[in-house]
Design a protein. Structure first.
Length: 107
């Protein structure tokens, strides 16, 4: 059991700082950016809202842990399920860190 617990705790300690960072940025956006600015684009369950959420998530430098609070905030604000899913996927898969890691592995 200890052989499995050590790597888990090491991984948890490495990833733990990014989750509060995501909560902090989600809180800052909730307080300072009015939801009328973005929720109209991503509230309807159609293809357009998925595209808006995808393009909004691409430039954000969040890892898969830090994007979870942002996606949760968008969902609570009224974003459609498709928009929330596309935001979660595009943000963690297309940030510069993921692209550089993929490039270095495929080179």
């Amino acid at each position: 059991m200890i052989n499995y617990l050590n790597p888990f705790l090491l991984f948890f300690n490495m990833m733990a700082p990014y989750l509060p960072l995501g909560f902090l940025i989600a809180g800052i956006l909730k307080v300072y950016v009015p939801k009328e600015k973005y929720i109209g684009h991503i509230a309807k369950p159609n293809f357009s809202s998925v595209l808006w959420a995808t393009f909004a998530g691409i430039p954000l430098p969040f890892c898969s842990c830090g994007v979870i609070p942002m996606g949760s905030m968008l969902n609570k604000e009224g974003a459609s399920k498709g928009a929330t899913d596309s935001f979660l996927t595009s943000t963690s898969q297309t940030n510069i860190h993921s692209i550089m890691a993929t490039y270095s592995l495929l080179r």
